[in-house]
Design a protein around this ligand. Structure first.
Ligand SMILES: NC(=O)C1=CN([C@@H]2O[C@H](COP(=O)(O)OP(=O)(O)OC[C@H]3O[C@@H](n4cnc5c(N)ncnc54)[C@H](OP(=O)(O)O)[C@@H]3O)[C@@H](O)[C@H]2O)C=CC1
Ligand SMILES: CCCCCCCCCCCCCCCC(=O)[C@@H](N)CO
Length: 317
């Protein structure tokens, strides 16, 4: 019977003690994800902030209204452990300068490190007939739907690539970024444009190990939806009866589940999938069911919405 000589035992025990101490000090722990959420003070963005704080990330939310932001971080902090950094930044993201400044502010808390997850949830919608709007309304549409995300994506990608941070950029477009109808002449252009940006960026970011996703959501209940409904033309309302909007938490789960499945274009409604397979272009699909969708989605409906509308179409303009 051989037993280990005492000096080997001592060395082994010392190594073990060092290992236990290192684990206790968190030396082998993966650093927490640094998450940047635009539009994080309301609706989908806020639901996402809550979820990602619960999952243990550092979370910074960005929006304009400081009061809503303060209220949001006050609700987030009790969900976080002491090591998680929770903060907010007030900025109007429709300008390139303030978008870059907001991101610069955010990274200070992370020791200058770029975010590894960027969620672009900010956006708004004011449905109106084209004939009734002025040039200012048209411009605000593109600013508040396209530029509000494009500038932040640009600032974030520059930092992430420079620092070789692998991560994710997630755009939030809409069902109305594939197809559209009366009432959305100031909204759909920006949501289509986001898809054009994301499609090209997805391809470029393969070179940098950054995955790009775009969420083509159906209706989301909440303050944004209430505001758009105040002035929504009756025909717009009527066409939308084909969609039952969901609570932000439900929509947020569909978005996260799409990301986890590795989907590039994420959907949360069957009609969106039918339209996606016809409209998506040269980007990855979501699996074998896409073929089935394309058979149904290929049926031409033109301007006759009767197969999908719940009632005969008598519109009050
Ligand atoms: N609601 C719906 O039915 C649908 C919505 N979407 C899209 O999903 C996203 C979330 O929608 P929803 O949950 O309704 O959002 P909400 O309207 O509830 O919240 C919008 C958020 O974006 C912020 N925001 C808006 N404009 C700016 C700006 N210029 N600069 C900085 N922050 C801004 C708002 O804060 P603040 O005003 O303080 O700046 C708020 O935090 C949007 O992009 C929307 O277009 C897609 C499909 C359906
Ligand atoms: C030409 C083809 C027409 C087919 C119509 C069928 C069903 C209607 C589904 C409408 C879903 C709208 C969800 C997105 C809403 C949105 O993004 C805004 N609420 C913005 O906030």
């Amino acid at each position: 019977m051989h037993s280990a000589p005492p000096h080997v035992l001592t060395a082994g025990l010392t190594l073990l003690a060092i290992l236990i101490a290192a684990i206790a000090m968190g030396l082998f722990r993966k650093p927490l994800d640094r998450v940047y959420i635009t539009g994080g003070s309301s609706g989908l963005g806020r639901a996402l902030a809550v979820e990602l704080v619960r999952r243990g990330a550092h979370v910074t939310v960005v929006a304009r209204d400081l009061r809503k932001l303060e209220e949001t971080t006050a609700a987030l902090k009790p969900l976080a452990s002491p090591s998680q950094l929770i903060s907010h930044i007030s900025a109007d993201l429709t300008s390139a300068e303030s978008s870059e400044a907001a991101l610069n502010d955010a990274v200070v808390a992370w020791g200058g490190k770029a975010p590894d997850h960027v969620y672009l949830c900010a956006g708004f919608s004011r449905p109106k007939f084209f004939v009734d709007m002025d040039a200012q309304h048209m411009k605000e549409g593109l600013d508040g739907v396209y530029w509000v995300s494009a500038y932040t994506a640009h600032a974030a990608v520059k930092r992430m690539v420079a620092q070789r941070v692998r991560g994710k950029i997630v755009f939030v477009s809409s069902f109305l970024g594939y197809t559209t109808f009366a009432g959305y002449t100031s909204y759909s252009p920006g949501k289509y444009a986001l898809r054009g940006l994301a499609d090209a960026l997805r391809s470029e970011m393969l070179l940098h190990n950054i995955s790009v996703h775009i969420f083509m959501s159906a209706g989301i209940l909440g303050p944004g939806f209430d505001a758009e409904n105040e002035h929504k033309p009756a025909i717009t309302r009527k066409i939308e009866e084909g969609d039952k909007p969901d609570e932000p938490e439900v929509v947020m789960r569909a978005m996260i589940s799409g990301i986890e499945k590795g989907h590039y274009q994420i959907t949360n409604l069957l009609i969106t999938d039918l339209i996606r397979v016809g409209a998506a272009g040269p980007v990855p699909g979501n699996g074998p069911l896409d073929f089935v969708y394309s058979l149904i989605g290929g049926i031409e409906i033109g301007d006759d919405l009767s197969p999908i509308l719940p009632a005969p179409t008598a519109f009050a303009f």
